[in-house]
Design a protein around this ligand. Structure first.
Ligand code: G
Ligand code: G
Ligand code: MN
Length: 379
């Protein structure tokens, strides 16, 4: 198969190399590569695993699937690739003829070079760049407001990190958080974001000094360190911020995987009165049993459910039940990714407490957020 493709591309004047070995594949994936043709079923690995690894590298190279698998599987694979941020531009069902292959390649060449804003990420991010980013603290923090549904007041802001890369521009966390976790850099990133967040948080003023809460996303890996609570409390003291004003967000999937190794740290944080939120709720499949054990004060419904509420009955039920479960367990329920008035009104009708999303504001740099809050609160 590989030979056949290489022969065809070579006659078109396009250099090509083929391999069924994942190691060789990633070694040969240089910045010059403009197209990946991926067989979903290979002897040493499967295409799905390759997709995950490509996504971890922030790959933006167009991908064409080749496979003999059925349409449903192909669609699932395309959906998975999309959700991983990869770009699948077509597929060839095996067996295919040379002229079909040529047609696909011609179309790809005709569509030309990638859009310029993506060009920089064509080159995979190297480990060294990530290490450098930490040493040189190449990060900025943006903040998204959270609004209480009962009175339309801003009750919190979520800190969301962005990497200000010296050459590639602003890079979003989906492209580097899991890499930072794998490389053991996530604790350091967490402290950089927390320090910046606590410093900038002081600029947020609300009328009558109503308390606003700062939500920080914390990797579950950082909570396996038994000293996390002490370090975190010391940082709060240093910045003169009360634990009552802090929520640590931990993803549901992380909590389920690591509950036994982090339960003591989670409990100690609660004893110090730091609030805890279960982030991306609904994507990690926690059982009631497990949820009962997590000493959280807040449930954050994942945006995928919120955004499909009006087209999918099951997603609407999921949102409604999450609000019920959260309240039954004594938690505050937050909906993220709210983009329309329709979504807002439905959430209000089922008693959701707090909303966050583009309907109010995108994540903003601190000075713009402060101005937004002033406008919103009429001060
Ligand atoms: O805006 P958005 O693309 O920023 O964020 C994407 C995801 O990245 C969020 O779901 C969030 O969980 C994660 N994230 C954002 N900032 C941080 C951070 O400071 N630390 C960790 N661990 N995750 C973050
Ligand atoms: O940590 P977490 O997954 O909860 O982070 C929230 C993520 O959701 C961030 O990536 C943020 O930029 C994104 N986000 C916030 N509001 C909206 C919205 O209204 N629509 C969409 N599509 N994304 C949003
Ligand atoms: Mn979050």
């Amino acid at each position: 198969m590989g030979r056949l493709i290489c022969d065809a591309t070579n006659t078109m004047g396009i250099p090509c190399s083929a391999t069924s070995d994942p190691g060789t594949f990633f070694r040969e994936l240089t910045p010059e590569v403009t197209l990946i043709m991926l067989d979903l079923i290979m002897p040493k690995t499967d295409g799905i695993e390759i997709l995950r690894l490509l996504a971890q590298q922030g790959c933006r190279i167009p991908i064409i699937f080749m496979s003999g698998v059925g349409k449903r599987i192909l669609e699932s694979a395309e959906q998975l690739a999309g959700s991983l941020g990869l770009s699948v531009v077509g597929h060839l069902s095996k067996p295919f003829r040379i002229d079909q292959l040529e047609a696909v390649l011609h179309r790809q060449i005709a569509e030309g070079s990638p859009r310029s804003e993506h060009a920089v990420l064509h080159i995979p991010i190297a480990d060294e760049e990530l290490r450098n980013a930490i040493v040189q603290e190449q990060f900025v923090v943006h903040y998204q407001p959270q609004v209480q549904l009962s009175n339309n007041r801003v009750v919190g802001i979520e800190a969301l990190v962005r990497w200000k890369h010296p050459h590639r521009g602003l890079i979003f966390p989906d492209l580097f958080i899991s890499r930072m976790e794998t490389l053991g850099l996530i604790d350091q990133l967490g402290w950089i974001v927390a320090t910046c967040g606590l410093k900038e948080f002081k600029q947020v003023v609300t009328p009558n000094g109503t308390p606003t809460v700062l939500s920080l996303n914390v990797s579950i890996f950082s909570l396996r360190d038994l000293q996390f609570t002490d370090y975190f409390m010391a940082l709060l003291r240093q910045h003169d911020v009360s634990p009552h004003n802090i929520i640590l967000e931990i993803t549901e999937s992380g909590l389920i995987k690591e509950l036994s190794s982090t339960l003591d740290v989670l409990t100690r944080l609660r004893m110090k009165e730091v609030k805890l939120s279960v982030d991306d709720f609904g994507t990690g499949y926690a059982m009631m049993q497990q949820l009962r054990l997590v000493p959280a004060t807040e449930l954050k419904i994942d945006k995928s459910f919120v955004q499909n509420m009006h087209t999918s009955d099951s997603d609407r039920v999921m949102v409604q039940k999450t609000v019920e479960i959260g309240h039954d367990l004594g938690m505050n329920v937050v909906a993220e990714g709210v983009e329309t008035i329709e979504q807002l009104e439905f959430l209000r009708s089922i008693g959701c407490d707090v909303v966050q999303g583009h309907l109010f504001s995108r994540p903003l740099p601190i000075d713009q957020l402060v101005a937004w809050i002033k406008r919103h609160e009429g001060i």
